[in-house]
Design a protein around this ligand. Structure first.
Ligand SMILES: Cc1ncc(COP(=O)(O)O)c(C=O)c1O
Length: 428
């Protein structure tokens, strides 16, 4: 997976296929058929790929952690249901995500709530709904959760989200954590523990550490997790009772760009024995449920975003393919979702009969130069009516996009399950 063209080709070879005419298929269904049936643009997810990612990760961390799903990556209830069927719980970040998880059939006690700004209304909603755990991130929230627990006359299970005092570099954690709105700074951890323990309606059961997203290196993740276990032991010692939950977050990455190397699950697995030993050796941690709650790793590779070409324009020596899809549906692919350097997501022509490739800009229909799905995708010649597909689009696609901008309709979402396509979000 060395270069951008190879990344798209390698991902297609790994997860998808082409028929004899060169048409891209997802779960054996040609994208041209889906475009005919559901119109464009649309997102499509393959159930088998969602399951495959979940099972691979669960197997890699077996004996150490359970794998839950971070709903923010893709909150479509049909997608959540796939992971629920595999045995996952969920991490949610709003009342609406709580409803999506419950609608998907997840028992509320299998859901935990993280996020730096939980409103009183959302807290009421999740507490009334019987949520399993709320992860506290600041002082005001601590008081708000305590007040909500009082209003509902219940005891709420909480964990402390900690912003570590060290950052991961390779396998090691070096002192000098970053400022962050997420969680209590590690320096304040003891005081935060005391503040929770002083609240009669809050029961401190765990620690939450989420040290960063898009981690492609096993030893970095292992270093973060080991650090999390040390913090957990400190909390347990301070409260004088064993912990029940150690949430080590998500953040497992997938390759998007030229040169990205996929996360090596074998390396992850082989680094776990010392962590398992740390847990076993400490009675205050041995009974705790260790949780990973990734989103991107589980949902990203299973999704494609498919758009239709509206025009092909040559302008002063550059070729622009203008499509009906763009950043209003897929902000991440346009490079505007927090990327410092804008690089192209892997993008392919849906029907590729060979033909000479040229570096092609693929743009959307919005009146802004930000609306670019690719700057220099190596594509065969395309004409009006052809289709293009953006790979690695199952996570942080539609849900992370400014869908109101320019008032185009919402795209359809489709789930393919063993050759059958089901509409899981209406266009419009
Ligand atoms: C608390 C928490 N858990 C999980 C995730 C999911 O991260 P990822 O999709 O990188 O696994 C996030 C992402 O922001 C998060 O904030």
């Amino acid at each position: 997976m060395a270069d951008a063209p190879d990344l798209a080709a390698a991902l297609i070879a790994e997860n998808f296929s082409r028929d004899e005419a060169g048409t891209l298929r997802i779960g054996e269904v040609p994208l041209t058929e889906l475009a005919k049936e559901f119109g464009t643009p649309f997102f499509v997810y393959d159930t088998d790929l969602l399951r495959r990612a979940y099972r691979a990760l669960r197997a890699a961390v077996a004996g150490f952690a359970e794998v839950d799903y971070s709903v923010k990556a893709n909150p479509n209830p049909a997608v959540i249901r796939v992971f629920l069927d595999e045995g996952a719980g969920a991490e949610i970040a709003s009342g609406a995500e709580f409803d999506a998880a419950v609608t998907a059939g997840l028992p509320p006690e299998r859901i935990l709530f993280a996020g730096p700004g939980k409103s009183a209304a959302d807290l009421d909603r999740v507490i009334a709904g019987g949520i399993g755990e709320i992860h506290l991130e600041n002082r005001e929230e601590l008081s708000r959760v305590a007040a909500a627990a009082e209003r509902h006359g219940v005891t709420v299970r909480v964990a402390l989200r900690i912003n570590p005092g060290a950052t991961a570099q390779g396998g090691a954690m070096r002192m000098g954590g970053k400022p962050s709105p997420f969680g209590f700074d590690e320096e304040e951890m003891d005081a935060a523990v005391e503040a929770v323990e002083a609240q009669g309606r809050l029961r401190l059961v765990g620690l939450h550490l989420f040290a960063g997203t898009q981690g492609l290196k096993a030893d970095t993740l292992l270093g973060q997790w080991a650090y999390g276990l040390r913090l957990a032991a400190r909390i347990a010692k301070k409260i004088g009772r064993p912990l029940e939950t150690i949430d080590l977050g998500g953040g497992l990455g997938i390759p998007y760009f030229s040169g990205d190397t996929p996360l090596d699950l074998d390396a992850l697995r082989s680094g776990l024995p010392p962590l398992i030993e740390t847990l076993r050796a400490d009675p205050s941690l041995a009974g705790a449920r260790v949780v990973l709650e990734p989103g991107r790793y589980l949902a990203g590779p299973a999704g494609l975003y498919v758009a239709r070409v509206l025009a092909v324009k040559e302008s002063r020596g550059s070729r622009f393919v203008i499509t009906d899809g763009g950043m209003h549906h897929h902000l991440a692919a346009s490079g505007n979702l927090g990327q410092i350097v804008k690089r192209d997501f892997p993008l392919a022509a849906v029907t590729d009969a060979g033909g000479e490739r040229a570096a092609t800009a693929v743009v959307g229909p919005l009146c802004t130069p930000l609306d670019m799905l690719a700057r220099a995708a190596p594509l065969p010649p395309l004409t009006e009516g052809d289709l293009v597909a953006v790979l690695q689009s199952g996570a942080y696609g539609l849900t992370a996009s400014p869908t109101g901008f320019l008032s185009h309709p919402m795209p359809a979402e489709v789930l393919v399950d063993r050759g059958r396509a089901e509409l899981i979000r209406l266009r419009g």
